[in-house]
Design a protein around this ligand. Structure first.
Ligand code: PLP
Length: 419
């Protein structure tokens, strides 16, 4: 469900005509629907109401302060993976006791800051990291909460780059080592080892990998209980898939039916870390056609958004539906084209061999489902300014991040004296 719909052949976001925003603020442009965002967050919250989990939105999916604030205002916590995301989480007004921190490579500086700020807990991904957190906490004369991230070795049935729960992935700790850590918890006197965490991958559209991973981890929790090791938190991560193309992902309700019984029987406080599920279909990337180029073998629609704006097609061969802002039925038959950006890489494409209505320079297009891992993965490659972000609520469109200017590109650079 999302609030991007055609009305009289023009694409609208809620009650705002997308083309009006594109003309006013320029392209490429990220456009978000506040009510779609809220709807997804509240659907998850409602589906899991029986156990009142803490839903920590995964900041990496979309780190815009306005979107974070919108969710925090509705009770969300935040899942972070860096000092920068901690900074954003606090700036968005998130209570530190609702922040959980994962990442295989937390630096001393990041750990120190997170401890100082009193976050809820660290999701720890290795023994050396655990030792380091224990050491830093001791220096600060603190005892901090830690959940061990378990690598449950399940196949998440998703793209290999976004699979994280197999033992060949760099994430988490295997069950045997984790058990050893819990049994040796007295070695870590400045750490309260009171949780377990899993996150098996992203864009997972079926329930079985979640059920398999949670079943394994629940068994593990029961085993620990028998050893008189009692936990407080079970963090089941994120990973719920959405519709980009022809996927038929489970709804929040169907997911809850499958996993709620397993979670409820643990009696632990459940944490969830959804990203894509909440924000993926709440955002689009708006772009303008610059040129139509025909070669002996291909037709290219060259647009002003490149892989620096949306890297998912280049990185994961991800599919995004591309719609004209003005419905073009009247312009006749569909034709097969590559929709490509202006960047000097052959990997710079938004769609390959895609059937599109006949387009011309100046037409606007919407790259659908770009709310997650869109702007947050964007870069300045080719010295391109990062796009503006606009948030729509009902009939109002507000800029929530202005387009970068050329000064932003060179802001931190210095010419050494010898030049
Ligand atoms: N939690 C962790 C630890 C992650 O690494 C990720 C994404 O990679 C997420 C949550 C969010 O995943 P998704 O956007 O698929 O829900």
């Amino acid at each position: 469900m999302h609030e991007f719909k055609y009305l009289n052949n023009h694409l609208y976001c809620e009650r705002v005509k997308v083309e009006d925003v594109a003309r006013k603020h320029g392209t490429p442009l990220y456009l978000y629907s506040y009510h779609t965002l809220m709807d997804h967050f509240l659907k998850l919250k409602t589906a899991f109401k029986a156990i009142e989990p803490l839903i920590c939105f995964s900041v990496k999916a979309n780190s815009n302060l306005a979107l974070l604030r919108a969710m925090v205002d509705k009770g969300a916590g935040l899942d972070i993976v860096s000092g920068g995301e901690l900074y954003r989480a606090l700036k968005a007004g998130c209570a530190p006791e609702k922040i959980v921190y994962a990442s295989v490579g937390k630096t001393d500086e990041e750990i120190e800051e997170a401890i100082k700020r009193n976050i809820l807990f660290f999701n720890v991904e290795s023994v050396p990291e655990l030792e380091n957190i224990n050491r830093i906490a001791a220096e600060q004369e603190r005892v901090v909460n830690v959940a061990i991230r378990i690598n449950p070795d399940v196949e998440p049935k998703t793209h290999k780059f976004i699979s994280t729960g197999k033992l060949t992935n760099k994430f988490g700790i295997d069950f045997k080592t984790a058990e050893k850590i819990f049994k040796q918890c007295y070695d870590y006197s400045n750490v309260r080892l009171n949780g377990v965490h899993i996150h098996i991958g992203s864009q997972i559209t079926v329930a079985d990998p979640f059920v398999a991973a949670i079943t394994k981890v629940v068994k593990f929790i029961e085993k620990l209980k028998k050893e008189n090791i009692h936990l407080q938190y079970l963090n089941i991560g994120g990973g719920l898939g959405i519709i980009y193309d022809k996927e038929t992902p489970q709804t929040a309700q169907k997911f809850a039916v499958k996993v709620l019984p397993l979670l409820a029987k643990t009696g632990l406080k459940i944490i969830m870390e959804p990203g894509r599920f909440i924000v993926g279909n709440a955002g689009i990337l708006v772009t303008k056609v610059l040129y139509i180029k025909s070669t002996p073998l291909k037709k290219f629609v060259i647009v002003d958004a490149g892989m620096n704006d949306l890297i998912r097609p280049a990185l994961y061969s991800a599919y995004h539906q591309i719609l004209p802002l003005k419905k073009a039925e009247a312009r006749g038959r569909l034709e097969k084209v590559d929709v490509v950006g202006p960047i000097c890489e052959s990997g710079d494409f938004l769609a390959k061999d895609r059937l599109m209505p006949k387009l011309k320079a100046g037409d606007y297009l919407a790259v659908m489902g770009s709310g997650a891992y869109g702007f947050s993965m964007s870069s300045n490659y080719n010295s391109r300014r990062r796009a503006a972000e606009v948030l729509v609520s009902k009939d109002k469109a507000r800029v929530v991040r202005k387009r970068e200017d050329y000064k932003d590109l060179a802001r931190n650079e210095r010419l050494p004296l010898f030049l």
